[in-house]
Each structure stands twice: as C-alpha cells, then as structure tokens.
Design a protein around this ligand. Structure first.
Ligand SMILES: [Zn+2]
Ligand SMILES: [Zn+2]
Length: 276
C-alpha cells in the first residue's frame, strides 16, 4: 500500500509542506513488484503515480470513498488511464447513475470534458455496501457519515498473504453521537472496518481542540482515530487527510503526541509504502 496523496480538502504547495506532500487523497495497492491494479481515491496524487507506470497503461479498478473534489480531481491528470489501451473500472458508492453523478463536477463549464472523454475502456459502477472481490482482493465497503454525499470506508484484505488494512479518510463520528469521551461514537461500521487490521488509515485533519470545526466540516480528530484504533485492537495507525493549513512540523507533532508502546501512530507521507 503506497500513499501518493495525503492532503485533505485541497492540494497545497510550498517548502513547509514538502515533507509529507501536498497532493490530495490517493493510495495504490500492488502485489509484490506488480504494477498497482487497485487504487483508493483519485485525488491529485494520481499525478505522482503516473511515474510508476512509465509507458504502461493502467488496467485495474479505482475505488472512490466519495466524490468530493479532493478525491476525484486527479482522474483527468493520470495519463496511464487516458490512453486507448487503458482498462479502468471506476467504482463509487451507489447513488444514481454513476457516470451522470461524476459528470456533475467534471463537465463544461466546470471542466473541458466529461469522464467519458477520457480514452480507453472505462466502466462506471455504483457500489453497494458489503463484501466484494475486486482485482483479487476482498474489499468490504461500509457507509460512514461524512458531509454532503454518500461516503464509504473500505477494508481491503489480500487473500494470499492475509494482510489487511482499513481506509477511512473522510468520516465524522460525532454525527453518530458524542461517544464515551465526546470524540465521537466508535460505531458498528467503523469497528467492523477497523477490527484487527494490520494498518488503520484514518482521516485526522483536526485535533480535539478543534472538534467543533471537525463536526461542522464532517471530519474527525486525531484523538478519535487513536481511540478507534485502540478499541479495534489495531497496532498501527496511519493518520491521513492532513489539513491544508498544517505544515510538516505540525503534522509530525500530532503523530508523535499519540504514539505509545501499544499503538504506533504515524502520519501518512507521499511515497511511503506499507507492506502487509
Ligand atoms: Zn476529503
Ligand atoms: Zn469529503
């Protein structure tokens, strides 16, 4: 599992962001030395993933957690998937005709082309919650409350190695209730996705002192991600969807504040690979 975009909301640029990176949500999953066939989210991080493919087309599936800009804006800037020999299945949480829904944000006058203007063979699928076999992985999709549109969290298992991780970049647990400590409910869907995974990847654009803003914007705090990891018996937590206003030092401080002997907490960084 390699991170290509770890920023939430909008891409950022500048020396103060170089350490963790400024691209928005994008994670690639590959088996061994193979090219990735499964991508989670299609933020601007897809621009960096292009290097990995050199002259090879992308043939695989892209799973979107939801359709906010920071999770789809890399789609038309990923040349391996915009060529005649590309084969792409793009899946999003089911909510009407998937191509029509995606086209609302990607069509004139907002953008020069619609998604079907990309070259290659593209299949648009609305995914229902539940368990799916995708590109050789077992993928569990569960609805999580966020803000503005249906949103999934995913749990991905490699049946060969047994390696498993959960990915919940955009999740607002306080919308389920305050939970035992005011950080938000450790609700059934979040626990089911995260339970016992090798790595829990969770959004942490806010910290507890900002919890009112986190709730207003439909997000979670780093403290909630830590609490969920503990309850779900996870040993390694990767914080992602970093706030665009947080520089490298601030992101590193959040991760180091929460790491302990029982739980390793790291901040997702562009280019970092986790082998499961
Ligand atoms: Zn987002
Ligand atoms: Zn979002």
């Amino acid at each position: 599992m390699t991170f290509y975009g770890v920023r939430g909301s909008t891409p950022v640029a500048g020396a103060e962001y170089d350490g963790f990176g400024g691209h928005t949500s994008s994670v690639a999953i590959a088996v061994g030395d193979d090219l990735p066939r499964l991508l989670l989210d299609a933020g601007t991080g897809l621009l960096s993933l292009t290097r990995v493919f050199s002259s090879t087309p992308f043939r695989g599936s892209i799973l979107l957690t939801h359709l906010h800009w920071d999770h789809v804006q890399g789609l038309p800037f990923f040349p391996p998937a915009d060529r005649d020999d590309a084969h792409v299945t793009l899946m999003q949480p089911a909510q009407g005709d998937p191509l029509e829904v995606l086209s609302r944000a990607m069509s004139p006058p907002h953008f020069p082309i619609t998604p079907d203007g990309l070259r290659g063979s593209w299949h648009h699928r609305g995914l229902e919650a539940g368990e799916h076999e995708i590109e050789g992985f077992t993928v569990t999709a569960r609805d999580v409350l966020h803000k503005g549109g249906r949103t999934f969290g995913y749990r991905v298992t490699d049946p060969e190695s047994g390696g498993t991780f959960a990915y919940l970049p955009d999740h607002c647990p306080t919308r389920y209730g305050p939970g035992p400590d005011g950080l938000g409910e450790r609700h059934e869907d979040a626990l089911a996705l995260a339970w016992g995974v090798d790595v829990l990847v969770h959004g942490a654009p806010f910290v507890v002192s900002e919890i009112e803003r986190a709730t207003a914007f439909g997000h979670s705090t780093a403290e909630y991600a830590v609490a969920l990891a503990r309850e779900a018996k996870v040993g390694r937590l990767v914080l992602t969807h970093h706030a665009p206003f947080r520089d490298d030092d601030a992101i590193a401080a959040i991760a180091s504040d929460h790491t302990s002997t029982a739980l390793e907490v790291v901040a997702a960084r562009e280019g970092t690979t986790f082998t499961l």
